[in-house]
Design a protein around this ligand. Structure first.
Ligand SMILES: C[S@@+](CC[C@H](N)C(=O)[O-])C[C@H]1O[C@@H](n2cnc3c(N)ncnc32)[C@H](O)[C@@H]1O
Length: 283
């Protein structure tokens, strides 16, 4: 049976309170589809019964499972191509030129989902830093326990590998175990994974040179986007680089960023500091 208005409203409020994800009216089908496996696992008669029970006796563990189920973890390797190409060809060389040799390049993958984004960044870093003395650290965070567990495991099906991973990278950085591909230790070693909610008032760390905050702001309302962008700005070095998803912008949300067009994409930089790469054009 379809969710009642009050059951949907309960889930909508819970998810907003815990994650800031907006479930607009019309998303009832999404809630029903995502909660169906939880209802089955709990051996209740359906999503209605599952939500009704939670409304009567709220418990933190079930609430957390509901919120996790309503995160959208869609991702892929080198997603959209251009941001990773610009990271490789423009941002990384600029950082290597600017930063002291003994200072690690610090990157935050701020909604890392099942890991394809931070592992892509780590593969690029491996290729570019090679045998130089330079090091890099990636902090990869997400709200979803399920997605993070998968990211940490670093094990992917052939179907997942087929979504954007070049054959040369597969051969070089993965090993086969049964039907799965497992990320190699060198690629893993640059990344630390941890749970982090983007609505938290304090960032998981500070001093980031680069932040990938891709394809997550789209789930938030304007107020939440503003708060997240401000806190991200505070967590970055003043001359850092922010990558957003193709459908995301700072414009009209947090105007203390400059959008800089580089190649076939744009990167965001906190206002005031100068762009270091000659290749960039401020718009
Ligand atoms: C569509 S995925 C994007 C993954 C990756 N950045 C990419 O572009 O491919 C969105 C991710 O944002 C995470 N997310 C949603 N709300 C969040 C929040 N409040 N704090 C942290 N992560 C959140 C979800 O769990 C999900 O893994």
């Amino acid at each position: 049976m379809a969710l009642t208005e009050s059951e949907f409203d309960y889930v909508r409020r819970l998810v907003y309170r815990e994650s800031a994800i907006v479930l607009a009216p019309g998303k009832e089908y999404l809630v029903e589809a995502r909660l169906a496996p939880l209802a089955r696992a709990a051996e209740v008669s359906g999503v209605n019964a599952y939500v009704a029970k939670l409304m009567q006796c709220p418990d933190r563990a079930t609430e957390a499972r509901v919120v996790d189920a309503l995160t959208t973890n869609e991702t892929s390797w080198y997603r959209d191509g251009a941001p990773f190409e610009v990271f490789r060809s423009t941002v990384l060389p600029a950082l290597l030129a600017d930063r002291p040799v003994n200072q690690p390049i610090r990157i935050w993958s701020a909604a890392c989902s099942t890991g394809q984004e931070p592992y892509t960044l780590s593969m690029i870093l491996g290729e570019q830093l090679g045998s130089t003395p330079r090091t890099a650290e990636i902090m990869a965070t997400d709200l979803s326990d399920d997605a993070l567990a998968r990211a940490k495991a670093g094990r992917y099906s052939q179907l997942e590998i087929n979504r954007g991973l070049p054959a040369a990278m597969l051969v070089k950085h993965f090993r086969r175990e049964g039907t799965e591909w497992v990320v190699g230790d060198a690629v893993r070693s640059r990344i630390s994974f941890r749970k982090f909610n983007l609505i938290s008032p304090t960032p998981p760390s500070t001093g980031f040179d680069v932040v990938f905050l891709r394809n997550v702001l789209i789930y938030f309302d304007a107020e939440t986007r503003r708060g997240v962008l401000r806190r991200i700005r505070a967590a970055m070095r003043p001359d850092g680089w922010l990558f957003l998803g193709a459908a995301e912008t700072t414009i009209g949300i947090d105007d203390d960023w400059d959008r800089v067009v580089v190649g076939r994409t744009s990167v965001h930089r906190a206002r005031a500091p100068l762009a270091t790469a000659a290749a960039v054009r401020r718009v």
